[in-house]
Design a protein around this ligand. Structure first.
Ligand code: DLZ
Length: 158
């Protein structure tokens, strides 16, 4: 009964707002590098703003968004890492690559999150074109990297 009580209290809101002892991995896709660098900068800035320490944020690059899942798994399996943020940009093209990659990365990231019981955040832009990507990578529609970092911070606080 005692352990059930403990589990229940662990489940209820923790309201953690101090990120200074949390460790983050940011997995960054090299495809559409101009965009993913802007997403990375947005995510870093936001984590630091929320008290995370620079030395507690580890970056791992992968070739394309398709590889974000395995990159996330490499990070999530490290005990010390509390949350993983995946950043990528898949631009709608004329091939069916787009659908395959988007579906694979969404499923892959979800599986890693559930397998390792850690927040693994989907910070992947799926725009129709480069301009839409720029608009969401520090342009007029904000920065998806920033949003992804906020989501990670929120998830660690629940
Ligand atoms: C092959 C490919 C294509 C066509 N487009 C993109 C893209 O827009 N964004 C992205 O992140 N990656 C793309 N890739 C690469 C795949 O994600 C993957 O790296 C390769 O298919 C090798 O597994």
């Amino acid at each position: 009964m005692a352990s059930a009580q403990k589990n229940l209290s662990e489940f209820s809101a923790k309201n953690v707002t101090d990120m200074s002892d949390k460790r983050f991995a940011i997995v960054v896709s090299e495809w559409n590098e101009e965009i993913t660098e802007a997403l990375f900068n947005g995510a870093m800035e936001t984590l630091l703003k929320h008290g995370a320490k620079q030395e507690n944020i580890i970056r791992k690059d992968v070739p394309g968004s398709f590889e974000l899942s395995i990159g996330a798994q490499w990070a999530a399996q490290v005990d010390e890492i509390d949350a993983v943020i995946c950043l990528g940009c898949v631009i709608q093209g004329e091939t069916r690559h787009f659908d395959f990659i988007c579906q694979a990365v969404a499923d892959g990231i979800t599986n890693v999150s559930l397998k390792y019981n850690k927040p693994v955040i989907f910070g992947v832009l799926t725009p129709d074109n480069q301009q839409q990507a720029l608009d969401r990578a520090g342009g007029k529609h904000g920065n998806k990297g920033d949003e992804a970092a906020i989501t990670a911070v929120k998830m660690l606080g629940y």
